[in-house]
Write a protein that binds this ligand. Structure first.
Ligand code: PMP
Length: 458
């Protein structure tokens, strides 16, 4: 039972004492009180199915008992020493985490957030290559620090200050909204809405996007050299945009030919979320030189990391570099428990099974409703792009999107929202969700679409 402040009091404090840039979901925001696994309860006791997981952060379930117990146990023993002394947790965790990564990806630098991890990755890449210039993809999100604001290429997250010097953006290889089609080149069950014009298997979309990246590398970077290339294997904030098959493989070849370091941002796609693989880059068939991660690695506990090769990491031996909280005993104990739970609870298999089921059910909605333009994703990293109509693919106007979305919330399901035009439902729940939860969510989505179509909710 909630005995604290009322929603009105909380909203007043939010207005008076918190920064205005703070995003508040829903016209009548949910006042969350408690969480357990895939569910949240508000202060009135109403239960919600959480399909957004604190923005793809609660990986194995809200307050998962094993992760909570690991945190509690460590907090009773030792919260903090900084890593100037030896303590077992960071070492156990580094060993366990790197056992999940392929090849030479064996050196971990622990941070407290994804932005910090990406900052550090860019910093290391610049030191290692001696080249300042880097490339990221339009519509990519990599953080909100001053450096990362320049790497992130979505205008709503950018301020008019000098940020991210030396970053160029390549065209977003978006096969739904981009000019070259190619939706059938996505590694995703049953996604094609309008196959591109070329016969299956001969699609040019991927190569056209790769050529565009090549053009940026050749003509926008000084002396044809590249320091780093950033990409998510499926864009998260950008609306679960899947890159065409083989795009990353070809992009990595181009970047490496210019001496660049390839960085895979796994902040959303890592830890089994894609179902078929533990890391998103594995699903894309590449091995990066650096992997950055955060969010799901702590199941909600703030932590992040860069993992790289010994050769690249060696650049950090040239001076001291310090992070007070990175890899602290509690974070390391939590991170370790999360890795165990992913194995023990079979969360990757759940992502594959329930995620695929979810996608298949959403495809039925796409085929039924004119405003459901695209269904995409892999495992439990799903996007549904809403359109005015299927022929034009114009984004569904914000107020219409909002009407459907608010309705789903009122019926007890919290969908995420995002994409360049704010017209994508983002489905990235805790990876303990069931098929029954999916049936409920699909029922709610269907009801909201019916209400919208009948003009009831607008
Ligand atoms: N990379 C990606 C792919 C993200 O989605 C985010 C956060 N939305 C970040 C980096 C930044 O992480 P943080 O908010 O922990 O700094």
């Amino acid at each position: 039972v909630h005995k604290g402040k009322s929603k009105e009091e909380i909203l007043k404090i939010r207005k008076d004492n918190l920064i205005p840039g703070l995003l508040t979901f829903y016209k009548d925001p949910v006042y969350v009180h408690q969480g357990h696994m895939q569910y949240l309860w508000d202060t009135s006791g109403k239960r919600y199915l959480d399909l957004f997981a604190g923005i793809v952060t609660v990986s194995v379930g809200h307050c998962h008992p094993k992760v909570t117990a690991a945190a509690e146990e460590q907090m009773r023993k030792l919260w903090h020493t900084t890593n100037i002394y030896l303590h077992p947790q960071i070492h156990d965790y580094a060993e366990k985490l790197t056992s999940k990564l392929p090849g030479k990806l064996k050196i971990v630098y622990l941070t407290n957030s994804g932005s910090e991890a990406n900052d550090l990755a860019l910093f290391m890449a610049r030191l290692y290559t001696g080249v300042f210039d880097a490339v990221s993809l339009r519509n990519g999100y990599h953080g909100a620090s001053p450096y990362m604001m320049g790497v992130t290429a979505i205008s709503s997250w950018r301020y008019n200050t000098p940020t991210g010097f030396g970053i160029q953006q390549a065209m977003n290889p978006d096969v739904f909204r981009g000019p070259w089609g190619g939706a059938h080149c996505r590694d995703s069950p049953g996604q094609t809405i309008r196959p591109c014009d070329c016969p299956e298997g001969t699609c040019q979309a991927c190569d056209n996007y790769v050529d565009q990246l090549d053009d940026v590398l050749k003509h926008s970077l000084p002396k044809d050299k590249c320091g780093a290339f950033f990409a998510e294997s499926i864009q998260g904030v950008g609306g679960a945009v899947q890159l065409p098959k083989d795009y990353l493989k070809k992009a990595y070849e181009l970047v490496r030919a210019r001496g660049g370091v390839c960085i895979s941002d796994e902040v959303q796609t890592g830890f089994g979320r894609l179902g078929s693989h533990y890391w998103g880059f594995e699903a894309a068939g590449v091995v990066p030189d650096m992997v950055t991660m955060a969010k799901g690695m702590g199941n909600g506990y703030p932590m992040g990391a860069v993992v790289t090769t010994p050769e690249i990491a060696a650049v950090m031996g040239k001076a001291l570099h310090f992070n007070t909280f990175g890899g602290n005993p509690v974070a390391s104990a939590v991170g370790s428990a999360v890795l165990d739970v992913i194995d023990e609870d079979g969360t990757q298999a759940i992502s594959a099974d329930v995620g695929t089921y979810f996608l298949e059910e959403l495809v039925k909605l796409r085929d039924e409703y004119e405003v459901v333009g695209d269904v995409r994703g892999k495992g439990l990293m799903i996007g549904v792009e809403m359109v005015k109509d299927k022929a034009s693919r114009k984004p569904l106007p914000a107020e219409d999107m909002s009407a459907i979305w608010e309705d789903t919330k009122d019926m007890g399901v919290l969908f995420g929202k995002g994409g360049l035009y704010g017209n994508c439902f983002r489905i990235k729940p805790p990876m303990c969700i069931t098929r029954a939860d999916t049936d409920f969510a699909i029922g709610v989505m269907r009801a909201a679409l019916d209400n919208y179509t009948k003009g009831k909710s607008v």
